[in-house]
Design a protein around this ligand. Structure first.
Ligand code: NDP
Length: 451
């Protein structure tokens, strides 16, 4: 098992004490710290000037009230968050999540991860994340609009194209970004397109932004397999979730000749032995905003549905497994099942979907394992391309954007692989991603002095 270097132990103790009751944040910090022993051995300067303590402490944390009125005229109160984690490389950048599980610890873990992910893209963007404990499930369009407007009424004073640029995440897609952008524009009286990314095409969005995280994930998987003399073609795959990341990962896997046999949502998972019909999945989840069990009801023979709690999607044998739903969805037992069933690649579309014991099992085995901060960076990279297009008042074609995305993901893969090799752990993408991301942020922070 990887251990924390003794020089870093006191820093971790302080992080835990200062952020009590935030297990996801601790988990994310520990995972990065485990990789840093080799860095400080080689570059002791990174231990000076409190640099690692500073990197673990968000620059700013904003918590605010979000009052809104539901369709029954009842006043509802939610809590909003924006954690502006690190701006050494550029304006804070990271998505907004609407989900009842959201709290400050979850937003901090996501902001911390985002900082290194954004660094890996080599683009000029810092790290941040935001969200609310608002549950969009079952809410009408009008309720969603009123909530987004109230959320932005407070958030607008903290963001801006040179300050902090939010985007979507779980529960926040094109519809929500549109309502938030509309309210921002109204409040500021500025058409500041670069303040939010993930916008619709009609008002400053980038082509291929919806596809970017899922496509980018599959580009990363392709690069991993190619580096090991293998390919996606003909492999069986399982993808958890059925939201934005999952659907576009499925589409690209299918394009590369994989058979994707299962996907899920929070109510359970569906298996289609003949290969999933992605159009049907999207019709159910995006248009009807329904449950994935409907897939089995509609398609029948050759398919089955297993309710959440009665089994896990990771029981389904596959060679490529892409967790694309949420944090800690794939545990040590699931990893053992996947390994036993001959999985070749596990790559994280979601943020921190594998628990520490799952990661350990995968890294110990022959499996090619890619952490989210490298493998799902395609979304934020394309958001940075959207900012670029907004700044130059330009609009690129779909193919041009996907081509850039492919280059960026291939480069992230290569940098992670080369860094792992340089630090004496060839093939360890976790170590490569953590070190390459950390060194870029840390170098910039040192240059900027103690701020
Ligand atoms: P969506 O809201 O579009 O989809 C989320 C999917 O995950 C849904 O199918 C949802 O099911 C399922 N899900 C959510 N919570 C749970 C749970 N507790 N158990 C099982 N399934 C669950 O979100 P995205 O696709 O945008 O995001 C998915 C993951 O990818 C997140 O971890 C996000 O942080 C990460 N990510 C997203 C990026 C993006 O560009 N969107 C960029 C990088 C990372 P249900 O419909 O039942 O809620």
């Amino acid at each position: 098992m990887t251990r924390i270097d003794e020089k870093l132990e006191p820093i971790l103790t302080t992080v835990k004490e200062r952020n009590a009751g935030e297990p996801e944040f601790h988990q994310a910090v520990i995972e990065v710290m485990e990789s840093l022993g080799r860095v400080v051995a080689k570059h002791p300067q990174f231990l000076e000037e409190g640099l690692i303590e500073r990197i673990c402490e968000p620059e700013r944390q904003i918590i605010f009230r979000v009052p809104w009125i539901d369709d029954q005229n009842q006043v509802r109160i939610n809590r909003g968050f924006r954690v502006q984690f690190n701006s050494a490389l550029g304006p804070y950048k990271g998505g907004i999540r609407f989900h009842p599980s959201v709290n400050v610890g979850i937003i901090k873990f996501l902001g911390f991860e985002q900082t290194f992910k954004n660094a890996l893209t080599t683009m000029p963007i810092g790290g941040g994340k935001g969200g609310s404990d608002f549950d969009p499930k079952g809410r009408s369009d009008r309720e969603i609009m009123r909530f987004c407007q109230s959320f932005m009424t407070e958030l607008h004073r903290h963001i801006g194209e040179y300050t902090d640029v939010p985007a979507g995440d779980i529960g926040v897609g094109g519809r929500e970004i549109g309502y938030m952008f509309g309210q921002y524009k109204r409040l500021t009286n500025r058409y500041e397109a670069g303040v939010l990314t993930g916008k619709g095409l009609s008002y400053g969005g980038s082509r291929a932004r919806p596809e970017a995280t899922g496509f980018g994930l599959v580009f990363f998987v392709r690069s991993m397999l190619e580096a090991h003399g293998d390919s996606i073609d003909g492999k069986t795959a399982v993808v958890s979730g059925s939201g934005n990341v999952a659907c576009f990962a499925i589409r690209k896997l299918q394009k590369y000749g994989a058979k994707v046999v299962a996907c899920s949502d929070s109510s359970g998972y569906v298996v289609d032995e003949g290969g999933l019909d992605l159009d049907l999945v999207r019709e159910i989840k995006e248009k009807r905003r329904g449950r994935i069990s409907e897939y089995h009801r509609i398609k029948g023979t050759g398919t089955y549905f297993i309710e959440a709690g009665k089994g896990a999607i990771w029981d389904v044998p596959c060679e490529i497994a892409l967790p694309c739903a949420t944090q800690n969805e794939l545990n040590g037992k699931h990893a053992a099942n996947l390994i036993r069933n001959g999985v070749r690649v596990v790559a994280e579309g979601a943020n921190m979907p594998c628990t520490p014991d799952a990661v350990e099992a995968l890294r110990r085995s022959h499996v090619l394992y890619a952490p989210g901060k490298a493998a799902n960076a395609g979304g934020v990279a394309t958001s940075a391309l959207e900012m670029q297009q907004n700044a130059s008042r330009d609009s690129w074609t779909f193919d041009q954007t996907v081509e850039r995305l492919d280059e960026i993901m291939t480069n992230i893969h290569d940098v992670c692989a080369e860094t792992a090799e340089e630090y004496g752990a060839p093939g360890d993408y976790v170590l490569g991603a953590n070190i390459a991301g950390f060194v870029r942020v840390a170098d910039a922070m040192r240059a900027l002095g103690v701020v």
